[in-house]
Design a protein. Structure first.
Length: 200
């Protein structure tokens, strides 16, 4: 489905965002539809990364869009870009929706928070498409998955993650390294299988 864009003259992407926001604040349906069409795909991808099922992700998208529309008047382009603002809203909502009682707890004694063998090898991961990697990340235990998404993909610092998830900075580092180790093991196992298949 093609993205709908209202029929008005634009000189920059910033103009599109600003005029779309102004139209939404006036409750004009064409601009509301434009905002949904423009950003739903991006926000749904975020929801899929954090939440457990497609149904949860769709619910997360709907709730995120509602929260965005309800708070549009608070958006300040001097503080952040619009994409950063709506991404932050969506991530925070996903974290709220996660059942904290089901998050895997890991002790800081499980593994050191810095170990060279746990570093991700970018060239290895680059050989797999984004959807496959997204599915691998989605299969991580919730506690590891949240930290990996926040740190490795969304760029949050361990201090910010600790505050968002109500954990210590050390625990954040431990969970990130553990998530990297799990992903690396999955990728290496897959490459081993592929190498074996290629010999048949």
């Amino acid at each position: 489905m093609e993205t709908f864009i209202p029929n008005f003259k634009l000189s920059t992407i910033g103009d599109f965002v600003q005029q779309t926001i102004e139209g939404c604040l006036k409750n004009e349906p064409l601009y509301q539809r434009s905002l949904v069409d423009q950003y739903s795909g991006m926000l749904l991808t975020i929801c899929h990364r954090y939440l457990k099922s497609s149904e949860d992700a769709r619910d997360g998208l709907q709730e995120s869009l509602m929260r965005i529309f309800q708070n549009l008047e608070k958006f300040d382009s001097r503080l952040a870009s619009f994409e950063t603002w709506i991404t932050t809203i969506t991530i925070r909502l996903c974290l709220t929706k996660l059942d904290k009682k089901k998050i895997s707890i890991v002790s800081s004694d499980d593994l050191p928070y810095s170990h060279p063998s746990f570093e991700m090898e970018a060239e290895l991961l680059d050989s797999y498409d984004a959807m496959y990697l997204t599915n691998m990340i989605a299969a991580l235990p919730d506690g590891y998955k949240s930290v990996f998404n926040l740190a490795a993909i969304d760029g949050y610092s361990h201090k910010e993650i600790a505050k968002l998830l109500d954990i210590s900075v050390i625990t954040s580092r431990v969970r990130l390294n553990r998530a990297k180790k799990i992903l690396m093991e999955k990728v290496l196992a897959l490459k081993t299988t592929e190498a074996w298949v290629n010999t048949i």
